[in-house]
Design a protein around this ligand. Sequence first.
Ligand SMILES: Cc1cc2nc3c(=O)[nH]c(=O)nc-3n(C[C@H](O)[C@H](O)[C@H](O)COP(=O)(O)O)c2cc1C
Length: 384
Amino acid sequence: MAGNSFGVLFRVTTFGESHGPAVGCIVDGCPAGLSLGEEAIDRELRRRRPGGGGPQSARREEDKAELLSGVFEGKTLGTPIAIMARNQDQRSDDYEELRDIYRPGHADWTWEAKYGIRDHRGGGRSSGRETLGRVAGGAVAKTLLAGFGIRIQGWTAAAAGVAAPLPGEAGFDLDAAEQNPLRMPHREIAEQALAKVEALRAQGDSAGGIVACSVHGLPPGLGEPVFGKLDALLAAAMLSIGAAKGVEFGAGFAAAAAAGSQQNDRTLRWSAGSGGDALPLPPGTPALRYETNRAGGMLGGIATGMPLAFRVAFKPTPSIAQSQQCADRRGLVREFAVPGRHDGCVCPRAVPVVEAMTALVLADLLLLHRSSRITSPEGYPFRI
Ligand SMILES: Cc1cc2nc3c(=O)[nH]c(=O)nc-3n(C[C@H](O)[C@H](O)[C@H](O)COP(=O)(O)O)c2cc1C
């Protein structure tokens, strides 16, 4: 089955190649009556588009959303929502040499090994440009989630081996993240990291990094055990992003070295008047919260009501200007420097993509959760 669609009830399909006429998405399953305009989508697309300075590709795209269907007089119709952005600054000639060469670290050869044909221009559909459709679909999902008070925020936690402070640590400043080209939550550390990325770039090289994401306002209960666990779906969503190579939740891989007593979050009861009474829990279930959040906001694949906290590791951008050993169509191995305009580090542009994929997972789970139990007007259990 072709892997171009994501989600069960809130389902997004992305389309388009990097140097084709357009890229975009179709969102099917968005409930009717949601206020939605192009501005909400454009806002997210602006955060993803290249040309933002620093390590970002110099490709200049307007990335203006065209909302083709599914919205009437500013409200969703419950019908498929088609969103498209035209490709404008392709410069396909830069990529002519890639017709017969397979870049190391990129997907040129594997796509050809699978399909027997590929659009070599700008990486075709294995390009970071495909993520525009995800961000457009994610903007619709974010709009839906905002109505439930659910807010998603991503940032670059590390780049080129330089790490920003963690949330709660001195100097952690999320406002700063949207104001520097690496999207790091600390101005000086962002400058240090940028200097390292630029130094690598000057040598024709590239850098990797870590994108962190947190979600606030998520009610307890989201997640569909056992195969639709919240962490399982988020991991699949994150690892579907180009160059993403690892995901950790809460304490993450450090939990493997911790004792149980160090890993478990101490449980607290919501105190009266602190908002816990408003949580949408089945009658008789007490409202709980946790003193710490090493679980990353989920247990058993179900949201605890604490903030979701996870991190995604991104490898260095594979297309680099330095000469590397490549193979060509004839099977000959030779030295080759990759042409074209590429991101020196994908992290800052991956931040809105991570947020979008998170929104798509949560919007889908929010709709699915509504089928997980039945309550009668008098309470639980339902009587027929
Ligand atoms: C937002 C974004 C931008 C990217 N920009 C580039 C780029 O400019 N050049 C490049 O070679 N790879 C870029 N990538 C990474 C490739 O898409 C990815 O490495 C490739 O598809 C191979 O997949 P894999 O690394 O997951 O195995 C980008 C990825 C993302 C998410």
